[in-house]
Ligand binder design. Sequence first.
Ligand SMILES: [Zn+2]
Ligand SMILES: [Zn+2]
Length: 169
Amino acid sequence: MSELLSQLWTPEMQAAFTVVLVLLVILYVLSIVWVVRDAYLRGTAWYIWAVVSLVPVLGVIAYCLLRPPLLQLDKDEQELEIALKQRQLMKYGECAACGYPVEADFVLCPNCHTQLKNLCMRCNHALEPSWTVCPYCATPVGAPAASSGSRPRRSGPSGSRRSSGGAQQ
Ligand SMILES: [Zn+2]
Ligand SMILES: [Zn+2]
């Protein structure tokens, strides 16, 4: 028996066995590293998966079957994208009457012609409906424009006095 073993256990066999063993150990360590890294990137409890991956082949297979589908990086990117869209919606907004997308400085809805903003009577700037005074020219909202026509001021008496003086001379 020992003769047969020593016949089989040649130096070549020993070398081949060592190489295979080293390769297996490297593969095993790499699989653990991969599981831990992947679980960490996916935002799961990586330390639990590290323990699971210590089970030589089954651990990695179990992780491949049960790992969460989305990478944490992708999740962050998606959240950023959603936040960006929300910000764009805030900038553009919608018509209160028909829901048509309108920009922040639109005065009328281009779709249903609903008035979205007031216009200053004097400087024609677009004003928020809640504003009671124009911040650009300090005109109260709803006040008539500055040209209020009839002025009661007259310079009649002084002119007549001067003319009468001229007549006296
Ligand atoms: Zn509209
Ligand atoms: Zn104004």
